[in-house]
Design a binder for this molecule. Structure first.
Ligand code: IMP
Ligand code: MG
Length: 191
């Protein structure tokens, strides 16, 4: 299973089969909780894209999709909470049951910004589904309705998550080798 680990990855945290298994559980939870309703899933580009496309295949509800592309300002591995919307949603969300799908919550600042922005648009309901939540202290308490995994406070890549835009295509969640973000090693190494 782990015989083809990328050289820039120090350790695999969650392998592909484990991810898919948990996503199936999340899909079943969402299907049950929204029974009889239709859902608008909002994907956050780019990091949340892989999770979203796998998640919708295990949700048995009539659903619509929309996407927002954002970029958070900050250092390479720490976000500042200052978020720039690069692409807004195509349509209004007023009166709709909205489920925001995000890759990871670290400080929570990005998600807080998104929730405030979306809440202003008057959805009927607004919930959050994140694949990963880092275990750490936060200034503001966030309500995360669906969480795939709680992970240690380390910088991870793969399954949509990047470092400097690379590694999104790794099919697992892995801890990036620290030599890469401390600048001691050129990256990305080829396979
Ligand atoms: P926050 O605002 O600190 O919660 O950071 C959230 C955003 O930063 C996420 O949407 C990711 O794009 C990015 N991010 C946070 N932690 C990681 C990580 O470990 N790997 C890759 N991206 C991360
Ligand atoms: Mg990102």
């Amino acid at each position: 299973m782990h015989d083809n680990v990328h050289q820039d990855i120090e350790e695999i945290l969650i392998d592909e089969a484990t991810l898919q298994h948990r996503i199936a559980e999340l899909g079943a939870d969402i299907t049950r909780d929204y029974h009889g309703r239709r859902l608008l899933l909002l994907g956050i580009l780019k990091g949340g894209a892989m999770f979203l496309v796998d998640l919708i295949r295990v949700i048995r509800l009539p659903l619509e999709l929309d996407f927002m592309a954002i970029s958070s300002y900050g250092s390479a591995t720490e976000s500042s909470g200052v978020v720039r919307i690069l692409k807004d949603l195509d349509d209004p969300i007023e009166g709709k049951d909205v489920l925001l799908v995000e890759d990871i919550v670290d400080s929570g600042l990005t998600l807080q910004y998104l929730l405030d922005t979306l809440q202003n648009r008057k959805p009927a309901s607004l919930r959050v589904c994140v694949l990963l939540e880092k275990t750490r202290e936060r200034e503001h308490l966030l309500q995360l309705d669906y969480v795939g995994y709680h992970i240690p406070n380390r910088f991870v890549v793969g399954y949509g998550l990047d470092y400097a835009q690379f590694y999104r295509n790794l099919p697992y969640i892995g801890v990036l080798h620290p030599e890469i973000y401390t600048g001691k090693r050129l990256f990305p190494t080829s396979w």
